[in-house]
Design a protein around this ligand. Structure first.
Ligand code: SF4
Length: 204
């Protein structure tokens, strides 16, 4: 397949933007890999804060991710706790120190630049980037890590009067509004491509 010059230029621009975001000072002594882990934990739901899920999200190895989390733990940014769903795994939670650090996340500088350059067109960019990301994930046979609204297991308003009004059919748990907005390692897009669906069906 031939690549258009505009598409290649867009790929170079995204690569350069990403590098510029990683450059410069490391506020709080947090390196780029550690920022990626903190951002993930801030956005992930309670079923997805494990080293394995983080490794899947970052397309990294469990060993690398474990070292990153151990370093963040020693600096007081994350806390390790038992995983109620799997005794062989652990969950990680952000500490108050991490919540404070995330308010100075270097990624916000890129968000400000996008806002300045695009304003009302930013939503259109998000839509196009999501489609580009979806293609890359399918090529790598990765997980989508979307939120509940676009998941085939989501039952909105299944318990309309409850504090957690929604329901996850896959995990068989009620979901609050906050739960439903977070990204999830188990999310399966409602319109999943047949090849990906077959791959998931074969998983243990
Ligand atoms: S509905 Fe989907 S995205 Fe939401 S918790 Fe269940 S599996 Fe995860």
């Amino acid at each position: 397949m031939s690549i258009s010059p505009a598409a290649l230029e867009a790929a170079h621009l995204i690569d350069r933007l990403e590098r510029l975001t990683r450059a410069g000072d490391a506020p709080g002594g947090i390196n780029p890999a550690q920022w990626e882990a903190l951002r993930y934990l801030a956005r992930a739901n309670r079923f997805s804060r494990t080293p394995a899920a983080l490794a899947d999200y970052l397309a990294s190895t469990r060993g690398t991710v474990s070292r990153t989390l151990a370093s963040l733990e020693s600096k007081g940014y994350v806390a390790r706790m038992p995983n109620p769903r799997d005794g062989r795994s652990v969950d990680f939670a952000l500490t108050a120190q991490a919540q404070k650090a995330l308010r100075r996340d270097p990624l916000k500088a890129m968000a400000e630049d996008i806002d300045r350059a695009l304003r009302q067109d930013a939503a259109d960019l998000v839509d196009r980037l999501k489609r580009t990301l979806g293609t890359a994930i399918a090529r790598n046979q990765g997980r989508a890590f979307g939120a509940c609204a676009s998941c085939r297991h989501f039952c909105p308003q299944a318990h309309a009067a409850a504090a957690a009004p929604h329901h996850c059919r896959l995990l068989d748990v009620p979901l609050s509004d906050k739960d439903s907005l977070a990204i999830c390692v188990e999310q399966e897009p409602a319109a999943m491509p047949p090849s990906r669906a077959a791959g998931r069906a074969a998983m243990p």
